[in-house]
Design a protein around this ligand. Structure first.
Ligand code: SF4
Length: 193
């Protein structure tokens, strides 16, 4: 039997309702589960990096008390004492743990060559050299200093940049500064900077 996401939500809702009707209150069990999950963890206060709302978060890590153990994030949640969000997080902020631990996270630059049907890993040095080369070449070829009425516009019409939802505020700040200094008009990011 295949279970769609919608079926799964329906089953979850019915299960929750049935548990209440038949006298099972699962709230204490969920609370206990949370306590078990973070029982031996270290709590660190931080700020969600995803947008300029800057919600407060609590990050729980295991294993950072021994010298030879790499700390492992086991749980992230909204900080109830934070004046901005008072413990709440939007869906993106609530998924922070998966962003940190996601096994599909890309750790190397990738490129899809013209005519190719797949992406290939390339070294950081190659990526930086190629980006610099193509940015210069494209900007030189597409820069418009004056519009048709002779007004100075200094815009680069051949380059567009779009940021991803998991780019941080700091990354987006640098991107906006860099792209504006190149004259790029077609620019979008999620941080509203
Ligand atoms: S992305 Fe969401 S959780 Fe993060 S700071 Fe913005 S509103 Fe808050």
């Amino acid at each position: 039997m295949t279970l769609t996401r919608r079926d799964f939500l329906k089953v979850g809702t019915i299960g929750g309702a049935a548990a209440t009707v038949f006298g099972f209150d699962l709230a204490p069990a969920y609370a206990q589960l949370r306590e078990l999950k973070i029982a031996r963890a270290t709590e660190t206060r931080s700020t969600c990096p995803y947008c300029s709302v800057s919600c407060g978060i609590l990050i729980y890590t295991l294993g950072d008390k021994a010298k030879n153990v790499t700390p492992q994030v086991v749980h992230v949640e909204g900080d109830p004492d934070h004046p901005i969000n008072r413990g709440t997080l939007c869906p993106k902020g609530a998924s922070l743990e998966q962003d940190i631990l996601n096994p599909r996270r890309l750790l190397k630059p990738q490129v899809r060559r013209p005519g190719s049907d797949h992406w290939e890993d390339i070294p950081w040095e190659t990526a930086i050299d190629e980006i610099a080369h193509w940015t210069k070449k494209t900007r030189d070829a597409s820069f418009v200093d004056k519009d048709k009425d002779g007004k100075t516009v200094n815009r680069c019409e051949g380059i567009a940049f779009t940021g991803g939802c998991t780019d941080t505020n700091e990354f987006n700040y640098l991107i906006v500064k860099t792209m504006r200094s190149l004259g790029v008009c077609y620019l979008e990011n999620q941080a509203r900077v």
